[in-house]
Design a protein around this ligand. Structure first.
Ligand SMILES: [Zn+2]
Length: 139
């Protein structure tokens, strides 16, 4: 995955949440990830006693075209924050943060690599538009 200087600033901003540098995605999702860290940090500072283990990110990466976050020593509240951030990425371009949707790298979907992109970045990277399985399997 591409290197991202902007995302690297999060390691210094939230050192307790990042024992290791574990973000592997592009800059477009910076706002989502930054907001998630801010929320979790504020929650932990305000709600958790010193006897509780501090939550730590294990991995933040792009998986099947969307944000996939793994965090240790989480609880129900943190899981909810995490899940809402993953859902936000479904409609945000991974490169620029504009409104996006799922595209795939070839016309043969099952052999494709998927990414959430805006139209400009889909064209730039030669990705094809596709429709989510869930839209067909509803009901
Ligand atoms: Zn874009």
């Amino acid at each position: 995955m591409s290197e991202s200087k902007e995302l690297d600033t999060l390691y210094e901003k939230y050192p307790q949440l990042f024992p290791t540098n574990c973000i592997q995605c592009n800059n477009g999702w910076f706002t989502i990830i930054d907001h998630m860290c801010l929320t979790i940090q504020a929650y932990v500072d305000g709600e958790m006693g010193e006897e509780l283990k501090f939550p730590e990110f294990v991995s933040i990466q792009e998986k099947f075209g969307v944000l996939d976050i793994c965090i240790d020593d989480s609880d129900n509240i943190i899981d909810l924050v995490k899940k809402s951030c993953e859902i936000l990425s479904y409609h945000m371009c991974e490169y620029c943060g504009d409104e996006g949707e799922l595209y795939c790298s070839s016309k043969w979907r099952s052999w494709s690599y998927c990414k959430t992109l805006c139209l400009d970045h889909a064209i730039e990277h030669y990705y094809y538009r596709l429709y989510r399985d869930t839209e067909f399997s509803k009901g």
